[in-house]
Ligand binder design. Structure first.
Ligand code: HEM
Length: 197
C-alpha cells in the first residue's frame, strides 16, 4: 500500500500507469509458478514473522551487494564511480516496504501496476528517476534474475526465527520463492521485446 513517508515509493499512486497485462494473464503466470490460495495465506503469515526482522534482512541483502563491486556499481555515480549514500538509503526504505507488500496478499491491480514500475526502475527507461540521481543508468537483467536465489535462500533463516512448525516454515518459504519468481518475471517486461515477452 502507498506510504507517503517513503521517498519515491509510488504503490497505488495515480502516477503509476495501469499494467500492460490483464489480471487473467497474471493468473496464468501465477498458475505457472504453481500458486494457490494457500500461498496467499502463507505469505500473510510470513509477513508477521518478517516484520520485526526487516532491518536485519536488509542488512543481509545490502551486505551482499556491498561485498561485490560489480553489484554495488549500480548504486554508484556515473561520473565519480562512488556509491551514492542517499540513493542507497532511499532504495533501502522502499526495499523494506517491498517485503511488506510481498506478504500483503492477495495481489490486486494496484500491486500488478506497481510491478511494472519496479521493472522500469531497474531498466534504463526508469532508473534514477524516483531519487533524481546520476547513478549508472541501467541494471543488466542477468543480475536481476540471478538475485532470485539470494533473495530467496537468505529469507529461510528469518522465517525459521519463529514458533511455526517445520511444515509452516516450508509453506512460507515456498510461497516467498514463488512470489519472487513471479515478480522478477513481471519486472523482465521492459527488457524483452513485446512480441517475445
Ligand atoms: C530498486 C528489489 C535486483 C539494484 C529496487 C526496489 C526493490 C528492489 C523492491 C525498490 C522499488 C521501488 O522503487 O519501490 C529487488 C529484487 C531483486 C532486485 C527483489 C531481485 C530478485 C537488483 C539487482 C540490482 C538492484 C541485481 C543491482 C545491484 C537496484 C537499484 C534500485 C533498485 C539500483 C533503485 C532503482 C531506481 O533508481 O529507482 N530493487 N531488486 N536490484 N534495485 Fe533492485
Amino acid at each position: 500500500m502507498s506510504d507517503q513517508q517513503i521517498p519515491g515509493y509510488a504503490y497505488g499512486d495515480e502516477s503509476v500507469p495501469d499494467a500492460p497485462i490483464s489480471t487473467e494473464e497474471l493468473d496464468h503466470l501465477k498458475q505457472s509458478v504453481m500458486w494457490s490460495a494457500d500461498d496467499d495465506d502463507a505469505l500473510q503469515q510470513a509477513g508477521d514473522v518478517l516484520e520485526p526482522q526487516i532491518d536485519e534482512i536488509l542488512d543481509t541483502w545490502y551486505g551482499f551487494v556491498g561485498d561485490h563491486d560489480f553489484l554495488l556499481h549500480y548504486f554508484t555515480d556515473v561520473d565519480t564511480n562512488e556509491p551514492i549514500d542517499e540513493y542507497l538509503d532511499r532504495v533501502r526504505a522502499r526495499f523494506g516496504q517491498w517485503i511488506r507488500d510481498t506478504c500483503d496478499t492477495p495481489y490486486d491491480e494496484a500491486w500488478l501496476a506497481y510491478q511494472f514500475e519496479i521493472g522500469r526502475r531497474h531498466h534504463h527507461t526508469g532508473k534514477n528517476e524516483a531519487d533524481d540521481v546520476s547513478a549508472v543508468p541501467h541494471i543488466d537483467f542477468r543480475y536481476v534474475n540471478a538475485f532470485i536465489y539470494p533473495i530467496t535462500a537468505t529469507i529461510r533463516d528469518f522465517l525459521e526465527n519463529s514458533d511455526h512448525s517445520r511444515a509452516e516454515i516450508d509453506d512460507m518459504y515456498h510461497a516467498w520463492f514463488k512470489s519472487v519468481v513471479l515478480q522478477v518475471t513481471l519486472w523482465s517486461y521492459p527488457y524483452i521485446p513485446d512480441d517475445e515477452w
